[in-house]
Design a protein around this ligand. Structure first.
Ligand code: SF4
Ligand code: SF4
Length: 247
């Protein structure tokens, strides 16, 4: 995102809409007319989410979206919820996770789907951090979900290495996604504990599973034994497409 210095009046309204909490906007004297204060965006920290522009907050239409070249366009693909990922044709972070499992059957019984959501509004993440997580998981033999835009950026899926040309790109959030046998969950949690101390962002882990026939949720005991915090804001797929994916 950019600000036209000829139009900006330095009112600061855009700052409160910025998903990076406005810290990436700085106010400075207009070098041409020092009596004026104008706003400028730190382009390295901007994730190209377009929230500031879409809000319509700017009274002088000074905000504008320049054309984005690759790899910068990746920022927009991963951060703007209205932008459709060209690789998966899904907007937002570009993956459906469990939302269509009753039709796709991506998560069969005996396996857990996992989605590690790196970055959050105000923090963001760089692909460098996603690579650290992916490489740590690859060391224990994790295979990554094919229909996921982050997987498509990997130059070596066996090691989790991401294209070095994109590592410094910053996005609002990116998801590392994979499937594991249920018994592998403790090992994965150990790896995540270690790598969580190596990344320069935050992440949450989603575990996706089918509810057992007796109504229990297979991973709850594993997490309880490890004193893991479980958030109540889970998503439930009630299976309206069943039995298309009755595997
Ligand atoms: S595009 Fe997003 S990150 Fe960039 S300045 Fe606007 S709100 Fe902030
Ligand atoms: S809202 Fe518009 S005029 Fe006000 S500081 Fe932001 S870009 Fe400048």
């Amino acid at each position: 995102m950019k600000i036209d210095p000829e139009k900006c009046i330095g009112c600061g309204k855009c700052r409160s809409y910025c998903t990076m909490w406005g810290g990436i906007m700085r106010f400075e004297r207009d070098p041409k007319r020092p009596q004026r204060v104008i706003c400028a965006i730190d382009e390295d920290e901007c994730v190209e989410c377009s929230v500031c522009l879409r809000s319509g907050c700017c009274p002088t239409d000074a905000l504008y979206q320049p054309e984005l070249e690759w790899p910068r366009i990746l920022r927009k693909n991963f951060s703007d919820p209205l932008k459709v990922h060209p690789e998966t044709r899904i907007p937002g972070r570009g993956t459906e996770e469990m939302k269509t499992n009753e039709v796709t059957g991506r998560f069969p019984r005996g396996k857990f789907g996992m989605a590690l959501e790196l970055g959050r509004p105000g923090v963001g993440t760089r692909f460098r951090d996603a690579e650290k997580v992916a490489m740590a998981l690859a060391e224990i033999g994790i295979g990554f979900e094919e229909n996921n835009p982050l997987t498509k950026l990997m130059v070596d899926r066996k090691t989790g290495r991401i294209d070095p040309r994109v590592l410094d790109e910053k996005v609002l959030s990116a998801i590392v996604e994979f499937l594991i046998p249920e018994e592998m969950l403790p090992r994965v949690l150990d790896v995540l504990d270690r790598v969580s101390r190596e990344v320069d962002t935050v992440f949450v882990g989603d575990i996706i599973t089918r509810v057992a026939k007796d109504g229990s949720v297979p991973y709850i005991d594993v997490l309880r034994k490890r004193n893991r915090f479980m958030s109540i804001n889970g998503k439930s797929n009630v299976g309206l497409g069943w039995p298309l994916a009755n595997v």
